[in-house]
Design a protein around this ligand. Structure first.
Ligand code: ATP
Length: 454
């Protein structure tokens, strides 16, 4: 049995703030609900997550191409996609405490009174009937605010892909099965907020629309479920914290004939990390009808034409960051001292290697500087010469740096250094000339979470 997992949401929020991963947005003005800013290490971690997604989607396949579409699209997009009519949450207001709740999540909400009760639970609660509330943010385009100038911030990146489908058939000479992948910001005026970066009003999505001949849709849905699950596991998420959950008929979105969620056991319990939907031909047909354009594949040789079906793996970048942080967070004891450590997969770690002179004299900082400049040519590295060596190790452990190089008096004599491993704490003596190769070798090696038992 593994030791009890020490992670809690409060500990993650506090580590993220203390070490500069994530801050509450506009904090000096008291913060803005469900908006967060990423600090230095958060940016590096998020970039690594996105780079690994692109790697799996593009570099390691030859049937997916990339797109970066506009956030503000023609408003007809949202009419055709069904978002104007259907992208809503049912809301109820309490006339007594003046708070607003999602009607389908009342059992998870707390009402305004203390001690906290569920909305509707006390005799004073006076809830309205549920009303539909659209989650899209509106703004206007152009200098005049008038009828026809209303536009929306996209609530998903997927529609930009459907709008460009025609271009891809022409320029990329792709034929189904093929996919178009995109990473970008999406916006939703979410009602149930809280839970840190799990649910934000402005967040990033990694979505891929995979266009297939209709008879092959179910088979490709299975393929993508497997691929995506393997991706999360290969990047270190513990398999016992992941599960697949198929949507029931009542839960399916208006466009979907089958959806399965990959759920991760966050500190708040099992929740959606990524959705993998079979969208059928709903979107291409809807946009073809609304735009009057033909959005279909025509086979040059046989003349066969059809509207492809679409399989969509849709993941959130911020939820991925939260899952990787939760999975990595650990506490242990070294020589009687408590340590907090992020056991991140080395490929995701914001900094791969820290270079630390043991003392700030005797030529050690100069040699350490030379080692650092050579290493940063290859990987994200950090130099730190301030304070006791133990404190500097602790700091790197807290940001998840997998390796630390220490320069000591022997280094000046024989050009060797010690290479310390974050998880095993093993320290090996290694020649400076071999360091870069060794770190790149370790980065490529398979990795398994040390939090897994056995
Ligand atoms: P939920 O049921 O949690 O609201 P959803 O089913 O509406 O999510 P999708 O529309 O399937 O989510 O979006 C795909 C992915 O985008 C989700 O799996 C999630 O990782 C991410 N995502 C969606 N909404 C948010 C949000 N408000 N904040 C952060 N990430 C989000």
């Amino acid at each position: 049995m593994a030791a009890e997992d020490p992670v809690t949401m409060d500990k993650l929020v506090s580590l993220c703030k203390r070490r500069g991963f994530v801050f509450l947005s506009s904090e000096i003005y008291g913060g803005l609900g469900s908006s967060y800013d990423y600090g230095h290490y958060g940016v590096l971690l998020k970039n690594n997550v996105k780079a690994q997604w692109w790697r799996a989607m593009l570099q390691e396949r030859d049937d997916v191409v990339a797109l970066d579409s506009a956030i503000i699209q023609h408003p007809a997009t949202w009419q055709a996609s069904g978002h104007l009519a259907g992208f809503t949450d049912p809301l109820v207001d309490c006339r007594t405490c003046k708070l607003r709740f999602r009607a389908d999540k009342l059992e998870e909400a707390s009402c305004g009174r203390k001690p906290s009760k569920r909305p509707g639970e006390t005799p004073e609660c006076d809830l309205t009937e549920a009303r539909d509330f659209n989650l899209m943010f509106q703004t206007t385009i152009g200098p005049v605010r008038e009828e026809g100038s209303i536009v929306y911030l996209r609530p998903e990146t997927a529609q930009g892909i459907f709008l460009n489908f025609k271009h891809y058939l022409q320029f990329s000479r792709k034929k189904p099965p093929f996919g178009i992948a995109q990473i970008g910001k999406s916006f939703r005026n979410e009602i149930t907020t809280g839970n840190f970066i799990f649910r934000m009003r402005e967040f990033e999505q990694m979505e891929m629309e995979f266009f297939v001949p209709p008879p092959e849709a179910a088979q490709w849905h299975g393929h993508w479920l497997e691929q995506r699950m393997n991706w999360w596991v290969a990047l270190g998420l513990r398999p016992d914290h992941l599960r697949l959950r198929a949507h029931g008929a009542e839960e399916l979105s208006h466009y979907s004939s089958a959806t399965s969620d990959i759920e991760y056991e966050f500190p708040i319990g099992f929740s959606e990390l990524e959705g993998i939907a079979n969208r059928g031909d709903f979107d291409l047909r809807a946009h073809a009808e609304a735009s009057g354009q033909k959005l279909e594949y025509v086979d040059g040789a046989s003349g066969e034409r059809y509207v492809p079906h679409v399989i969509e793996p849709a993941a959130g970048v911020d939820r991925a960051v939260l899952a990787f942080l939760s999975d990595a967070y650990d506490e242990d004891e070294i020589e009687g001292e408590r340590r907090t450590v992020l056991r991140l997969h080395p490929l995701l770690a914001p900094v791969k290697v820290a270079v630390l002179p043991l003392v700030r004299k005797d030529g050690q900082p100069e040699l350490a500087g030379e080692v650092y400049r050579a290493l940063r040519e290859r990987v994200q590295a950090e130099y730190d010469e301030g304070g006791a060596i133990g404190r500097r190790y602790r700091r790197q452990d807290e940001i998840g740096t997998p390796w630390a190089v220490t320069i000591d008096h022997q280094s000046l004599e024989d050009r060797t250094v010690t290479l310390r491993d974050r998880d095993s704490l093993a320290q090996e003596r290694i020649a400076i000339d071999e360091l870069g190769e060794e770190i790149e070798r370790r980065l490529r090696a398979p990795w398994r979470s040390p939090k897994l038992a056995g």
